[in-house]
Write a protein that binds this ligand. Sequence first.
Ligand code: FES
Length: 373
Amino acid sequence: MDFVESVDVKSLPPGSHTVISINGKEVLLFNIDGEISTIGNICLHKGGPLSEGKVEKKYDGYYVTCPWHGWEYNVKTGAAPPGFGDQQALYDTLVKDNKIFVSALPRVLPLKAEHKDNPLQDLAELRYESTRSSLNILGISCTNMNQNLPRISTSDEALQDALEYGSEKYNASTVLLKLSDLEFRHCEGYYSRNEQACTWPCSISEMDSNDGMNEVYRKLILWADILVLSTPIRWGNASSLYYKMAERLNCVQNQITLQDRVLVKNKVASFIITGGQDNIQQVAGQMMVFFTELGFSLPPFAFVGWSRGWTAEDMEYNEKLFLKSRYVKRSVRDLIDNDMKLLRQLKGDPCVHIASPQPKISEAPSKIKIDND
Ligand code: FES
């Protein structure tokens, strides 16, 4: 096998590692207690740089941990930890005249193991359940009440009215997801490490197939034709559960940025916003912008709001007045009627490709070569 001269032994003291290029491929040299080894630098998961990972003694040897989502590789063999079949490229290494030489080709080729029965296969392959003729209304409730002290939630009530109306008048299939029933992790900010580390399906979902957001992804992206999202107003904003979910939808928007791939097409979104006091338009504005950023279409008058104004601190009357309100009953129906009209238009002439004016990674300042002229 041909060997390629790399770095001086002195420049790689025990306990250190360094990345070099061999035949255009990034490889990672380690010195563990004087023993030098070389494996591929690019993580088999989503391409994270192992050179930026931590090296620790664990399991049956020393392992480097990918800084993006935590995949691990034995630094001497390139193998994944016991029980996993992934294999990083492994190069032969020798030392001659105080220089380190690395084989021109890997002795062991990289192998990403078949992860059989991938529980997220439907999401990965975007197996849409919505069709040209489907009529699926998804309600997402963002209220967060103590399940052991059940009481009326105005936003939930209005959402359930909307779903019942959609089912009765249009014979639509309806699903209600209550975020408070779903246990899901916060967005852990992989995007801010590297834009490519924020993946579809979400990297957190890949780590934990039981994460509650997986149900939201399935219903929202694959199943729904119409989304009706309800939230209470909390200090002038949507509920904290809403934001927790919205942050986890970065992986949907990010597909547009990274791959010019719009996952949400020909879907309608509308909103129900209720609060004891006001700020409805600000909450609606934020949600409307966010969901159009994902690809949803908005009907005219895309939200229903309920509040009793700045001085209405007499909350004990809020529920009663809400339940008696003819306005609420009528307006949630109008909301669904407008959703349906827009959906029919979309289904009549569905978009196959949607142009997205959002920034793309290929247009980012660091990706554009500056012409000195
Ligand atoms: S763990 Fe390395 S890229 Fe995901």
